[in-house]
Design a binder for this molecule. Structure first.
Ligand SMILES: Nc1ncnc2c1ncn2[C@@H]1O[C@H](COP(=O)(O)OP(=O)(O)OP(=O)(O)O)[C@@H](O)[C@H]1O
Ligand SMILES: [Zn+2]
Length: 479
């Protein structure tokens, strides 16, 4: 298989993937903050991480993937200011933080399943690692931190080259970063936030620096180290994390690893740092608070199968910005239907061998595209061309589609066209009623009773169902 090359945000270059542990790949993905439903932009980050994981598996590597769940410590302002997002949500709703975290973690995992994102080896929940966080902070506190009333702060000037991932000099962040009296450098950040006197938080723990809660950056450093060991292979997140969250993680990792002497990669905790670009709306970055809240469930309610959204993500390279538009999603759904229709005939095919000469060039193109920093748009065209090849052993074709779909994850060999016909939330008719009416209509047509047949069609139309005679995709009806 082609040599796997990935874009490393640390060096801003494509680099050959050389596993730290031969035959293995260890990947950490920053997970969601479970104070609200994820929007589809958030889910783009996990579709990307999933395709990365599937590609590593396809290269024969034993994958250990960790995705965390942030249930404490993520502040409303990325730059170390504001309130804890979960505390705030709890205060607003009157529910406990634990209930909120449970509810939105479930919602996130529903979306993960719907998008055919594989289960990682570990879903690490931040609050399960508090003791480890206190121990990690304890190791680096003396040489790298100082205490203020509001918590234990990390001194970014105590490590070499702070902010190299963001390509930002230490002072550049000023203005975006909370001014706290006594901070030595503008970019210093709290790794432990002590609860102010007179205030109580739902989530707080005793520590050598007072009762309080861990900083968000500390959480990811600790879970990565604990579950994967430093250095591990790849750390992923959305492009926004390249600016503050990941530089701060790297600074802590450097401190923990002892700084100096080690290579840049080993020092950073992970060798390769990868970032997916944003899904944007015409009006700007997608967010949970502004505009229409684009949840995956909203797409489904409007009649789009979740995997059409997955395909929409794959149609763009993960490092390109992707603009969400409903007609673009519609086009992705049509493309998926076409692929599913071509694959339907293969579901019953017997075993075959993907090493068939008719497919060799396409497989090579597919593998080369994926090995070239996960070029899914090109890989998709190879898959479509494979689906379109005619007069070939069905078993071999099935094996080729299976091999490619193991990487892209569109479920082509299990989906049917009927599965893709999602009933919009506002539909006033059940699918079985439609099927009954169509069966009656077919019977009428067989008896050349066109009056009845037309009447049934009109009745269906009145209830919002369009009958699609002679549809090239074999789509008999749509709502
Ligand atoms: N519009 C987007 N497109 C792609 N990835 C995104 C987008 N917004 C956030 N992400 C990524 O989603 C993942 C989960 O983010 P998290 O749950 O912390 O939400 P968030 O960053 O608080 O989102 P928001 O600011 O929209 O509330 C992170 O990797 C983040 O970088
Ligand atoms: Zn993180």
């Amino acid at each position: 298989m082609a040599e796997l090359r990935l874009f490393n945000s640390l060096t801003r270059q494509l680099e050959r993937f050389d596993p730290v542990h031969p035959g293995e790949a260890r990947v950490y993905t920053c997970g969601p903050t479970v104070y609200n439903y994820p929007h589809i932009g958030n889910m783009r980050a996990y579709v990307f991480a999933d395709v990365l994981g599937r590609t590593l598996s396809a290269h024969g590597l034993k994958l250990t993937h960790v995705i965390n769940i942030t249930d404490v410590g993520h502040l409303t302002d990325e730059a170390d200011a504001g309130e804890d997002k979960l505390e705030k949500a709890a205060a607003k709703s009157g529910e406990t933080i634990w209930d909120i975290a449970r509810h939105y973690t479930e919602a996130f995992r529903d979306d993960v399943r719907a998008l055919n994102i594989r289960q990682p080896a570990h879903w690490s929940v931040a609050t399960d690692y508090i003791d480890d966080m206190i121990a990690f902070a304890g190791e680096i506190a003396e040489a790298h931190c100082y205490q203020l009333d509001s918590g234990l702060y990390f001194d970014v000037s105590s490590v070499q080259d702070y902010g190299r991932l963001a390509r930002a000099v230490t002072e550049e962040g000023e203005g975006r970063i909370e001014t706290v009296d006594g901070k030595r450098n503008a970019a210093d950040f709290a790794i432990w936030r002590t609860t102010p006197p007179g205030e109580t938080r739902q989530m707080e723990w005793d520590s050598p620096w007072g009762r309080g809660a861990p900083g968000w950056h500390l959480e990811c450093s600790v879970m990565g180290e604990k579950l994967l060991g430093f250095p591990f292979d790849i750390h992923t997140g959305g492009i926004d994390h390249r600016e503050i969250h990941h530089p701060n993680e790297i600074a802590q990792n450097q401190a923990f690893c002892g700084c100096g002497g080690l290579s840049d990669a080993a020092n950073s905790g992970a060798r390769i740092w990868m970032h997916n670009n944003f899904l944007v709306e015409r009006t700007g970055k997608m967010s949970k608070s502004a505009g229409e809240f684009l949840r995956l469930q909203l797409l489904v309610d409007r009649g789009y199968h979740p995997l059409a959204y997955r395909l929409m993500c794959l149609q763009a390279h993960y490092r390109s910005e992707l603009e969400f538009a409903w007609d673009g999603l519609g086009a992705a759904l049509t493309r998926l239907k076409r692929m599913v229709m071509q694959a339907e005939g293969l579901q019953a095919a017997g075993p075959g061998d993907a090493d068939h000469p008719k497919f060799a060039a396409l497989i090579e193109r597919f593998d080369a595209a994926m090995a070239d920093d996960l070029n899914t748009p090109v890989a998709l065209t190879a898959l479509e061309e494979a689906l379109a090849i005619r007069k070939v052993d069905a078993g071999a074709k099935r094996a080729v589609v299976e091999r490619m779909d193991a990487v892209l994850g569109l479920n082509l060999l299990t989906l049917s066209r009927a599965d893709l016909r999602v009933r919009p939330g506002n539909a006033v008719i059940e699918p079985n009623e439609i099927e009954d009416a169509l069966a009656r209509r077919n019977a009428a047509r067989a008896e050349k009773d066109f009056a009845t047949s037309d009447a049934i069609r009109d009745e269906l139309a009145a209830r919002g169902v369009e009958v699609m005679d002679g549809d090239p995709l074999g789509w008999e009806w749509k709502l």
